[in-house]
Design a protein around this ligand. Structure first.
Ligand SMILES: NC(=O)c1ccc[n+]([C@@H]2O[C@H](COP(=O)([O-])OP(=O)(O)OC[C@H]3O[C@@H](n4cnc5c(N)ncnc54)[C@H](OP(=O)(O)O)[C@@H]3O)[C@@H](O)[C@H]2O)c1
Length: 225
């Protein structure tokens, strides 16, 4: 039976779901009635998430491996049908040491979260285009607009993800005006996890053309009155 709620019948994949933000987003999506596929690489972290968020469906997958992503999508299609939403939350920070100190190790680590975005969007693009309301959400960084020497690797990797997402948005605008790719921009997510979760759910009640390709600063909600 289809879950009730504003997102009843929607299938949403949360890529990188075991962080505090991943848990908040997964919980909000389940509460809104979506079928949520929460993905990470550590089975024990996904087990913890499944206990914390009843109703979430967890999947182990290295999203940096394109063939593994294609296999995951095939399994999802068989069980749930097409995906309506992709919330990409794979991240991590490495830095320090100025420009000369930007290491290859750190770049390899940071670039992986760009690769996971490329893989998931390439594999799920057709689903999002076919959905009556396909949504892609990513969290970018203020470092893209204001990079620091010590965080050059990080800023470059986030800038790549930011540009990629806006390219997806251009594809949506051309092929599927009811789909949208939204970019939330933040310096630190700490304390803003619930805000992010609410804004992700709200993407489905927003007009696609109003949010597609838009970089929206993620700020604490202001109290009225
Ligand atoms: N935290 C901040 O202050 C901040 C600031 C600006 C932007 N952002 C962005 O916001 C988003 C969420 O950040 P966060 O700090 O909540 O994330 P995070 O703590 O870095 O969590 C990363 C998540 O991705 C999963 N993951 C890592 N590699 C993976 C892979 N190869 N395949 C599948 N899953 C993988 C991790 O689970 P496993 O370890 O189990 O794989 C974990 O669930 C990221 O895009 C980040 O860049 C964060």
């Amino acid at each position: 039976m289809e879950a009730s709620g504003p997102l009843g019948g929607k299938v949403v994949l949360v890529a990188g779901a075991t962080s505090a933000s991943g848990e908040a987003v997964s919980r909000a999506l389940v509460a809104a009635g979506a079928t949520v596929l929460a993905v990470g690489t550590r089975p024990e972290a996904l087990d913890t998430l499944a206990l914390a968020v009843p109703g979430v469906d967890t999947r182990v997958c290295d999203l940096a491996d394109r063939s593994a992503v294609a296999e995951l999508a095939m399994r999802i299609h068989l069980k749930f049908g097409n995906v309506d939403g992709l919330v990409h939350l794979v991240g991590g920070w490495r830095g320090g040491g100025g420009i000369a100190g930007q290491t290859d190790d750190d770049w390899e680590f940071l670039e992986r979260s760009f690769t996971t975005l490329r893989n998931t969007t390439r594999v799920l693009y057709d689903d999002l285009v076919a959905s009556p309301a396909g949504r892609l959400a990513v969290v970018s960084s203020t470092a893209v607009d204001k990079p620091y020497a010590g965080g050059a690797n990080y800023a470059a990797a986030k800038a790549a993800a930011d540009a990629w997402t806006r390219a997806v948005a251009q594809g949506f605008a051309k092929e599927a005006p009811s789909a949208a790719a939204a970019i939330f921009v933040v310096k630190s997510l700490s304390g803003l996890e619930e805000q992010l979760a609410q804004w992700v759910v709200a993407l489905w009640s927003a007009e696609a053309t109003a949010i597609n390709g838009v970089r929206q600063p993620l700020e604490p909600a202001r109290m009225e009155g």
